[in-house]
Design a protein around this ligand. Structure first.
Ligand code: UD1
Length: 431
């Protein structure tokens, strides 16, 4: 099995460039299915397992995919299936967002229901309710949901989301682009990735207004065409580097990071004592002068509040803060599985309901730990970077889902970090 080995304590210094946002690329690839004419060109696409998975899903429906570096061309003019392979959808819950485009363009979609995952049950009821409001019928059978548009096609509707679900907002927004009349999504998710998706849809000829606010209006059009679009930078990847740099940096420039996507995290890092400077093309970070963060109270919530996808990383950072911190997770149940692994490294954390109470210790010590989900993996890498001695991180398939070249990027900043791919008996370093 592959592993990352880290010798803790090496200060980070220099520049790291953030890749394109995974959570924007995934729905954008799905939205490419809407193009009846022309070819889409999507730029700044990160090399990640999840992206590969979505590209394979779109290809399995008949689209032609062509990769050149970080640019992907998608030709979806002639598709031949409305049923993405179940194993791809089950592997990645985000593939469920192909439902909206397929339903809008072909009047039908048959999608495997994504199973539960490591961070809670994560239902898709709001996606289905939203698509039904546009006129679709849904039947659940043998683990699949079969969605069908009415004879005259989907129609606009006013839809209130009980929670501002990112994925449900995307699915409804995409389906509504080709519906007759106007759709209004109330209590929509405001995440920057959804704004990026709306910008791409508009470049394809859609009429989406209000993305980034909690009311999105979509006026249906007859057809959409492929478009060229550069994906926004990944704010969670950027945030992961900001946290590491605030702990053991000697001045790290996180190039391509957009501060206005990271306001809540930046406010928390400043409160903890780090110095953050917003520059033209990125963010420069210096660590807390005392060498240890001040304790924090952090509560995750929907954008623009503190992101749940940065919860595990800040928990790792606060394990060595000068006092007691509280981190409350309000978005997902069961998202504290990294805590047990951090405890193996000497962290003093206990869970009270949805809150992690973290008593800062002077130092963590290296250990063999396993990533239980994507962001938990990032938290363990951060913990390894600040710990005394050697840390081995296993469960790398989670990290590969969402971090483009994480090891190489930390290495360039000066971290003593190596990745080993297991080849038979001997381990090979791939830096
Ligand atoms: C997206 C992100 C993920 C992030 C999450 C919250 C992608 C690919 N993934 O996931 O990284 O952690 O937003 O910021 O963009 N819910 C329902 N019913 C539904 C849908 C969601 O109850 O039909 C609930 C979920 O259980 C959860 C909350 O709504 O408690 C938010 O989930 P949602 O915003 O949908 O997350 P995802 O789109 O799956």
């Amino acid at each position: 099995m592959a592993k990352i080995v880290i010798q803790g304590g090496c200060p980070l210094e220099g520049t790291v460039r953030v890749s394109g946002a995974k959570n924007a690329v995934l729905p954008i690839l799905a939205a490419s299915l809407l193009a009846e004419h022309g070819v889409s060109q999507i730029e700044e696409v990160p090399h990640l397992l999840d992206v590969e998975n979505m590209a394979n899903t779109v290809a399995a429906l008949g689209a032609k995919i062509d990769w050149k570096g970080t640019t992907v061309r998608v030709d979806a003019r002639s598709l031949y299936s409305v049923t993405p392979p179940a194993e791809l959808v089950r592997r990645m819950r985000a593939s469920f967002v192909v439902a909206g485009p397929l339903l809008a363009r072909f009047g039908e979609a048959m999608i495997a229901l994504p199973g539960g995952c490591n961070i809670g049950p994560r239902p898709v009821d709001l996606h289905i309710k939203g698509l039904e409001a546009l006129g679709a019928t849904s039947v659940v059978e043998n683990g699949f949901v079969h969605l069908r548009a009415p004879r005259g096609g989907l129609h606009g509707a006013r839809i209130y989301l009980d929670v501002p679900s990112v994925g449900a907002t995307q699915n409804i927004m995409m389906a509504a682009t080709l519906a007759k009349g106007q759709t209004i999504i109330e209590n929509a998710a405001k995440e920057p990735e959804n704004v990026d998706l709306a910008n791409y849809l508009n470049a394809m000829g859609a009429r989406v207004r209000g993305a980034g606010t909690d009311i999105i209006r979509i006026d249906g059009v007859d057809t959409l065409s492929g478009a060229t679009h550069a994906v926004i930078p990944d704010r969670i990847e950027a945030g992961t580097f900001l946290v590491a740099a605030a702990l053991i940096g000697r001045g790290v420039y996180v190039e391509n990071a957009l501060s206005h996507h990271l306001m809540s995290l930046i406010a928390k890092l400043e409160e903890a004592g780090a110095t953050i400077e917003d520059r033209v093309d990125g963010i420069k970070v210096w660590p807390c002068p005392s060498g240890r963060m001040r304790p924090l109270d952090v509560k995750t919530h929907y954008y623009p509040s503190y992101p749940t996808d940065m919860q595990a990383q800040i928990v790792a950072a606060l394990t060595v803060a000068q006092g007691t911190s509280m981190v409350t997770e309000t978005v997902f149940e069961n998202r504290f599985m990294h805590v047990a692994e951090l405890q193996r490294m000497g962290a003093n954390i206990h869970i009270e309901g949805r809150t992690a109470v973290i008593d800062g210790v002077a130092r963590l010590s290296g250990a063999r730990v396993t990533a239980t989900d994507l962001r938990a993996g990032a938290a363990l890498v951060i913990a390894g970077l600040i710990a005394e001695g050697e840390t081995e991180v296993h469960g790398l398939h989670h990290l590969d889902r969402g971090y483009d070249n994480l090891v190489a990027k930390f290495k360039r900043l000066g971290a003593a970090i190596e990745r080993f791919e297991d080849i038979g008996q001997s381990a090979k370093s791939v830096g």
